[in-house]
Design a protein around this ligand. Structure first.
Ligand SMILES: [Zn+2]
Length: 90
């Protein structure tokens, strides 16, 4: 499972969503229906009893790749995030 942070281009609300890796990324703001940016993604390991270390390592490596990929965009967008004081959990 991954946590994705989004910010709306229109109303600038900032919210997080927990998604399965197979789930489609959120495209539209749940508040106003505007387009959203995907800001950061973090991996959380909900499956603590999960066995194979190999499997876990693969997950970690994959999340690192994702972070690197989104790093550039995150830097560009960070000013907008700081301006937004509200954070929503959906
Ligand atoms: Zn919005």
């Amino acid at each position: 499972m991954l946590i994705y942070s989004y910010q709306c281009k229109i109303c600038h609300k900032w919210f997080e969503r927990l998604e399965c890796e197979s789930q489609e990324p959120l495209m539209f703001c749940p508040f106003c229906g505007g387009m959203v940016y995907r800001l950061v993604s973090e991996t959380i390991d909900l499956d603590f009893q999960s066995s194979a270390d190999e499997h876990r390592n693969q997950k970690i490596q994959r999340s690192r790749r994702l972070k690197r990929k989104s790093e550039e965009r995150t830097k560009v967008l960070s000013r907008k995030v700081r301006r937004s004081h509200e954070k929503f959990q959906i």
